[in-house]
Design a binder for this molecule. Structure first.
Ligand code: ARG
Length: 585
């Protein structure tokens, strides 16, 4: 890529100057009106060599191999400024146009990554809290693949916890499951509506009705022990729920290789506990099985007064892996899942895109697995914790009546709002199209924030057709396509005829380098911004030039190729962002 090409000139010169093998590096200029790139390495180099930085920079620039692509100059105190000539910009542009990866290099080393995202809970309706995981997960997967990794995605459904017992018990108490227990009447059909009613009801009852809660715990254990009829009913509930989950994820454009759930790790639980026990890592605490995971400086008991509960400095409670009644917990299934994944896929990294508020859980799980050797030494276990989606009041987003908003309602809202926009553009109602635009709006609104930060859910802002939004990117791509469809000739060599073209190529440099930044950060905000900047640079060009009616044939052909280049670079970026380009807008 361009950066490496320029760095090579600098390093060769440094060698020629007798400074030995150097790794001088450049970055995008902080003063784009002055130069395109800058090298700040001379300060450090001067220190090591015990020389004056300005002299070092001057010597390097003076000894650069003569060339007609990069202009190097020294700026006080000891920066090297680099400007690209039109020749260099044209060479790069024409190369990117011909290259199927748009000039973006793959990593030399490919890793095998297991990406755990989605994480919907069976029997519960998906809600806003589950939105960031499939959106980010899908994009990170595409980014990793683009950079050369082998990626396996697993939805890891929540299907082995207390919500199962709660839902089943509630259905039973509402008289919906009699058939399974006394065989009387007809086998009932478990429907989504039934689940949507049963779980919320059970969940609020649980908080006030101790007896009900205890019974739900018992039922959960029966399900986990695969006792009948509890287990068969459970399987039916799961099936109905998964149909709905699949529908929602497909609307969001999130795809998975594995549709596993916590329950798929059930067969590995005993084995995992055996491994942990075999190394004397666990013990009984008030009847429950726990593993200590605190490291030095953590979980230090604070002085307490009579009758107070014990508090800790840097709390790091033991991981709970089996309840008193023998039921397993969230941590247990996650530990068993790591065992399962290491027996089946042996990934180099396992990454979890899960709410940042679950950080303690993952720290505990990872430490147990590392201590027990369930995760091998070189394997990276990463929790990519995302921030909360807030309302305009800065608190977690709620509907007017104070409820969490369901994904179903969000999707309907997106379709409704996108349709209004389209209507004002003279496009008649088209559900698919509205969904495409609405989802793009939400994705960009989400991904353009750093993954770990909270953001405000503002659909009207996300859906604007101008500015830093998903629909603006779609609109730019649609506009390019429509011009190219009208062009009845092939493009030619791209030439730099004005500042507008230069700015486009420079925006492409930034876009290209943002893939690597995002890869390192495990967050897509940099790519969102760089994609927007390219779209904006293109819009400026497009407003200032007439493409198809340009009289100069070479120029016209150059413009057509330039459009093809922008189209390609946008398509690559939008593909990573999992944003579709609509047919019209
Ligand atoms: N079902 C979980 C939840 O709703 C998310 C699962 C995330 N993945 C994992 N391996 N724990 O919070």
């Amino acid at each position: 890529m361009i950066k490496e090409k320029i760095e090579k000139f600098l390093n060769q010169s440094a060698k020629r100057c007798g400074f030995g093998e150097q790794k001088l590096s450049i970055s995008f200029s902080s003063l784009p009106q002055v130069c395109d790139f800058q090298c700040n390495s001379c300060f450090a180099l001067a220190k090591t060599l015990g020389k004056n930085p300005f002299e070092i920079a001057t010597m390097i620039v003076e000894n650069i191999e003569k060339n007609d692509r990069f202009v190097f100059s020294v700026a006080k105190p000891a920066f090297i400024n680099i400007i690209l000539t039109d020749k260099a910009l044209e060479e790069e542009a024409n190369f990117y146009l011909a290259d199927e990866r748009g000039g973006v290099d793959k990593h030399q080393k490919s890793e095998k990554v297991l990406l755990d995202y989605g994480g919907a809970n069976v029997a519960k309706a998906l809600h806003i809290g589950h939105l960031r995981s499939p959106i980010t997960g899908e994009s990170l997967k595409r980014l990793y693949k683009f950079m050369g990794d082998e990626v396996i995605s697993d939805v890891h459904l929540g299907d082995w916890g207390l919500q199962m017992g709660l839902t089943e018990l509630q259905l039973f108490e509402d008289g919906k499951l009699d058939f399974y227990f006394d065989g009387i009447g007809e086998e009932p059909k478990i429907t989504l509506e039934m689940l949507n009613e049963a779980y919320p009801k059970a969940s609020s009852r649980k908080k006030v009705d101790e007896e009900f809660n205890a019974k739900a715990e018992e039922w959960t254990l029966k399900i986990q022990n695969k006792e009948e009829p509890y287990f068969s009913i459970y399987k039916k509930i799961r099936e109905v729920s998964v149909v709905q989950i699949k529908k929602h994820y497909s609307e969001l454009g999130a795809n998975f290789d594995y549709w596993y759930g916590e329950s798929d790790a059930a067969d590995y639980i005993d084995k995992a506990i055996e491994i942990i026990e075999g190394q004397n890592l666990c013990y009984l605490s008030n009847g429950a099985l726990v593993v200590d995971v605190a490291e030095e400086g953590e979980n230090i008991p604070l002085p307490k007064k009579e009758g107070e509960i014990q508090r800790y400095k840097n709390p790091m409670p033991p991981a709970l892996i089996k309840k008193q009644n023998g039921a397993v917990l969230y941590a247990t299934t996650d530990i068993a899942t790591i065992l399962m994944r290491n027996l089946a896929d042996k990934p180099d990294r396992i990454e979890y895109i899960v709410d940042g508020r679950q950080d303690l859980h993952f720290t505990q799980v990872f430490r147990v697995c590392k201590k027990a050797g369930i995760s091998p030494k070189g394997q990276e276990l990463v929790h990519i914790g995302y921030g909360t989606i807030n309302g305009s009041d800065g608190k977690p987003f709620k509907t007017r009546s104070g409820d969490t908003i369901k994904l179903e309602d969000i999707i309907n809202l997106l379709i409704e709002k996108a349709s209004e926009k389209l209507k004002s553009n003279g496009v008649e109602f088209d559900r698919e199209l509205a969904l495409q635009i609405g989802v793009a709006a939400m994705k960009f609104g989400d991904l353009s924030n750093n993954i770990s930060k909270d953001y405000v859910f503002d659909l009207d802002k996300f859906l604007a057709f101008e500015g830093k939004t998903g629909p603006y990117l779609q609109y730019t791509a649609v506009r390019i396509n429509s011009v190219l469809n009208k062009a009845d000739e092939e493009g030619g060599k791209i030439k730099m005829c004005s500042e507008d073209e230069r700015n486009i190529i420079k925006a492409i440099f930034k876009l290209q380098s943002s893939y690597e930044t995002c890869y390192k950060d495990k967050s897509l905000n940099g790519l969102c911004l760089a994609t927007y900047d390219l779209a904006a640079a293109f819009s400026t060009f497009y407003n200032n030039h007439r493409v198809l009616s340009e009289q100069d044939q070479d120029k016209r052909k150059s413009y057509i190729s330039l459009l093809n280049l922008v189209k390609k670079e946008l398509a690559l970026a939008l593909n990573v962002l999992a944003i579709d380009v609509p047919k019209k807008m």
